[in-house]
Design a protein around this ligand. Structure first.
Ligand code: CAA
Ligand code: FAD
Length: 380
């Protein structure tokens, strides 16, 4: 067993930390208030190589392992979870899915630009009435011979406005249930495709979350990913990796909250001494740090298992379940350590607490992770 990061992994972690501190930290409060993440900053993340980290260099990516990816996700999420969700969707849901299951033509046309951040991608599974119950897709992709006729609505789509390339799950053959679902690559600008309303959210407010509407959109057959009916399996297999990315996001939020709480506890005095010298605060910090370390071990292990070619379904679900609960718990405690100052925006921890909540909801709620984990435990 080796817990040592390689030199390359440490260099990625350092570069991500540096980027987060110098480029993302200034302005993070203003972006949260304005509900905006500027295109120039997203472009910088592409230039830094954060948008296609694991993609083969022959398609423009960084060719890195998943451990490096989670290290970068962790560092960026300590500061700006809106930036990291954009990054996570592009890396682990869009680029990974296309590289693993796309045709060579699809890779040349889309992946080469997505992996550099020239284009941003979105992953579109959820619908107004199909969130956790993802097999109940209402969006239809009618087989018209040379193209699919796409109709329906998607909800809550991250990068909804910013993206140019959308991976859209839709039902082609209802009688076949989830085996009748396809994944289609839809481009912004296709006739009949409209980006709908933007959500006004509690957290990750810099991230653009939109509904999408498809009205008789003609999607060429060559834009289908995989065999006919592979769309649901595509979504599930891709989400297994996506959940490692969101687990790393949760870990970053939690670790960022601990760093801020420790620093503040050394600066703030009450009853004549720094507050960390009160046992009530010292024990709180100890528990917070211990939980973060346990989450970190689950997250790194899931990423390592993926790199080793092992089945990581259970490990990814466990990492997301635990890290997201730690993020919520620890960020709430970080606010407590800050007292009244924790309740105002200037001290950052209230944003971390608001951002933490979504990690228990998207890419499968905590309840869904428990379903996934329990099914791996009981299957023959
Ligand atoms: N990995 C691989 N395959 C999986 C899988 C997994 N984790 N989970 C399910 N499957 C497969 C099953 O094996 C089955 O395939 P077969 O019939 O070939 O065996 C098929 O999917 C259907 O599975 P079930 O019969 O278990 O279907 P179900 O309806 O009982 O439950 C579910 C499925 C696990 C609950 C699934 O619907 C699910 O994961 N729901 C959550 C949806 C989700 O995570 N959405 C995230 C949207 S993206 C997002 O949120 C991005 C973002 O915010 C940034
Ligand atoms: P529901 O499925 O209606 O669940 C409601 C509650 O019931 C939850 O607590 C849930 O855990 C519980 N529940 C449901 N079924 C069960 C069960 N069988 N057993 C126990 N409890 C259950 N989706 C995308 O496709 N792409 C994106 O990019 C994307 N980005 C998102 C960004 C944001 C900010 C948000 C808020 C959501 C995003 N989503 C995205 C959607 C997200 O994945 C769903 O919100 C999530 O899967 C839950 O679905 P739901 O909201 O319909 O809740």
């Amino acid at each position: 067993m080796n817990f040592q990061l390689t030199e390359e992994q440490l260099a990625v972690k350092e570069a991500a930390r540096d980027f987060a501190q110098t480029e993302l930290l200034p302005g993070v409060i203003e972006r949260d208030n304005a509900q905006k993440f500027p295109a120039e900053l997203a472009a910088k993340m592409g230039e830094m190589g954060f948008m296609g980290m694991m993609v083969d260099p022959k398609y423009g990516g960084g060719g890195m392992d998943s451990v490096s990816y989670v290290l970068a996700m962790e560092e960026i999420s300590k500061v700006d979870a809106s930036a990291s969700v954009m990054m996570s969707v592009n890396n682990s849901l869009v680029c990974w899915g296309l590289e693993k299951y796309g045709t060579e033509e699809q890779k040349q046309k889309y992946l080469t630009k997505l992996s550099t951040g020239e284009l941003i991608g979105a992953f579109c599974l959820s619908e107004p009435e199909a969130g956790s119950d993802a097999t109940s897709q209402r969006t239809t992709a009618e087989d018209m011979g040379s193209f699919y006729l796409l109709n329906g609505n998607k909800n809550w789509i991250t990068n909804g406005e910013r993206a140019s390339v959308y991976l859209v799950m839709a039902q082609t053959d209802r009688e076949k249930g989830h085996k009748g679902i396809n994944c289609l690559i839809v481009e912004k600008g296709m006739e009949g495709f409209v980006v709908g309303k933007k959500e006004d959210k509690m957290g990750i407010r810099g991230s653009d979350t939109h509904s999408l509407n498809f009205n008789d959109v003609k999607v060429p057959k060559e834009n289908r990913i995989g065999e006919d009916g592979f769309g649901f399996k595509f979504a599930m297999n891709t989400l297994n990796g996506g959940r490692i990315g969101i687990a790393a996001q949760a870990l970053g939020i939690a670790a960022g909250a601990v760093e801020l709480a420790v620093q503040y506890s050394k600066e703030r005095k009450s009853f004549g001494k720094p507050i960390h010298q009160h046992q009530g605060i010292a024990f709180k910090l100890a528990e917070m740090a211990t939980k973060v370390e346990a989450a970190r071990n689950l997250v790194y292990r899931a990423a390592w298992m993926k790199d080793e070619g092992m089945d990581y379904t259970q490990a990814a679900a466990m990492a997301k379940l635990y890290a997201s609960e730690v993020a919520m718990e620890v960020s709430t405690e970080a606010v407590q350590v800050h007292g009244g100052y924790g309740f105002v925006k200037e001290y950052h921890v209230e944003r971390l607490m608001r951002d933490a909540k979504i990690t228990q909801i998207y890419e499968g709620t905590s309840e869904i992770q428990k379903i996934v984990i329990s099914r791996t435990l009981t299957k023959d």
